[in-house]
Design a protein around this ligand. Structure first.
Ligand SMILES: [Zn+2]
Length: 198
């Protein structure tokens, strides 16, 4: 039987653990730390922006606001931050969860994840492209592609998303050049579907 949020709170609030972050090479912060007090569960999750497509930023934006678009997907680049490239892949239509996608669009999402990852990874100096979906902020379905610089062992893994806010922003001219590279690679993409054998 699943635990209710209230049961989880009762069990966990006084039993929080402090992991050995001082031993974690990838942890971006130093100094004495302790877990924040766990607050009791709220009555409901906080509302997401653009819920049900009402006043949705993504739905209201024109293609010109995007880095790259096709008939089903649009690629967005937020303002430059610490990582050399961060782009978001959005469905053109408003869907909230990956599981809401019709099968055909879900299949195409797999192709697009591979294409965007490949385009970002082709940029010199990139060690890995993290592909992430959280979805607790804006409801409009979006996937993050976060380029992790090569050869910095501290930047590997999921803390790269935090290092993005710790490293100083990528200089504008470098950032724009990086995005140009990604867009050109996407435009050069060929259809890699295997030829039908039937
Ligand atoms: Zn939307």
């Amino acid at each position: 039987m699943p635990e209710t949020p209230e049961q989880l709170y009762e069990r966990a609030a006084a039993a929080l653990r402090m992991p050995p972050v001082h031993e974690w090479d990838t942890f971006p912060f130093d100094g004495d730390m302790r877990p924040r007090q766990l607050r009791p569960p709220a009555d409901a999750d906080p509302p997401r922006s653009g819920a049900q497509g009402v006043e949705c930023d993504s739905c209201s934006k024109a293609d010109v606001d995007y880095l790259w678009t096709n008939e089903r997907w649009r690629l967005f680049a937020p303002q430059p931050n610490g990582l050399p490239v961060v782009v978001l892949l959005e469905a053109r239509e408003h869907y909230a969860e990956p599981g809401d996608l019709p099968d055909e669009l879900a299949s195409d999402l797999g192709v697009m994840v591979a294409r965007v990852e490949r385009a970002v990874r082709s940029l010199p100096g990139i060690g890995r492209v993290h592909v992430c979906r959280w979805g607790d902020g804006s409801e409009h379905l979006h996937w993050w592609f976060m380029a992790r610089p090569a050869r910095f062992s501290q930047l590997i893994g999921s803390f790269a998303a935090v290092w993005d806010d710790v490293l100083p922003p990528t200089p504008d001219v470098v950032w724009r050049s990086n995005l140009d590279h990604v867009v050109q690679r996407l435009r050069d993409e060929k259809d890699r579907r295997a030829p039908s054998t039937t």
